[in-house]
Design a protein around this ligand. Structure first.
Ligand code: AMP
Length: 212
């Protein structure tokens, strides 16, 4: 795409592991090849292996570095395609509706061959459509915190099967006053979940939430 990030390596630079060497399943590697991604960006090379190993992760990366794929690919690797579990296995929280649409579109593209069902949930969109999609069953929910809380209060967003939570652009979410909502949402997810936080900056208040 026009805004493809520059990779950390050049032809004579340090060797970057290929996507398949990072341990991603073949369906995902094929999707990346089809999209023309030749090699992982630095944030992808650093984030994917520990995320695949199930570790919690704190990533500092700005937009344009490939951070979406850095968390989306390991998250998709966890899905159990074909299993008829209908509750989301992954929850991604983002600050704005634009980002919710963009991130859910990206996850959909990477996970198409796996049959991943991805639902964006944000305010300003009729809740009815979100409700029927949730009833049909979804694997990944990409939500803004406010609308996620609405659904939790209505009892329409089951989070008891969530295995991984991603806080994307966490600094933005805190700036927008979502700290309490995020805490409340996390309480609804199993304590055994994997938690991943991405932020462009790491001010002290990010450290505080990351420690918790
Ligand atoms: P992001 O930082 O996640 O917003 O990604 C920025 C852009 O880089 C998006 O258009 C992605 O499709 C693209 N992109 C992400 N990873 C790669 C990669 N490894 N190779 C080429 N393009 C990529």
């Amino acid at each position: 795409t026009d805004d493809a990030p520059t990779s950390g390596a050049t032809d004579d630079g340090p060797t970057v592991p290929a996507f398949d060497e990072l341990g991603l399943r073949p369906e995902l590697v094929r999707a990346l090849t089809a999209l023309g991604y030749e090699e992982p960006t630095p944030i992808q090379a650093e984030s994917i292996p520990p995320m695949l190993a199930g570790r919690d992760l704190l990533g500092q990366a700005a937009t344009g570095t490939g951070k979406t794929a850095a968390f989306a690919l390991p998250l998709l690797q966890r899905l159990h395609p074909g299993a008829d579990a209908d509750e989301p296995v992954a929850l991604v929280l983002v600050p704005t509706r634009e980002l919710a649409m963009q991130v859910s579109e990206a996850i959909h593209r990477y996970g198409r061959e796996m049959g991943a069902r991805v639902l964006p949930i944000f305010g300003g969109q009729p809740i009815g459509r979100q409700l029927s999609a949730l009833r049909r069953g979804v694997d990944v929910v990409v939500a803004t915190p406010g609308r996620a809380i609405d659904h939790i209060n209505r009892g329409t967003l089951p989070l008891g099967s969530v295995e991984v939570v991603v806080l994307d652009e966490a600094d933005e979410m805190l700036d927008m006053g979502f700290a309490e909502d995020i805490e409340a949402i996390l309480t609804e997810t199993p304590p055994t979940r994997q938690t991943v936080l991405f932020s462009a900056s790491m001010p002290a208040r990010i450290n505080a939430i990351a420690k918790r």
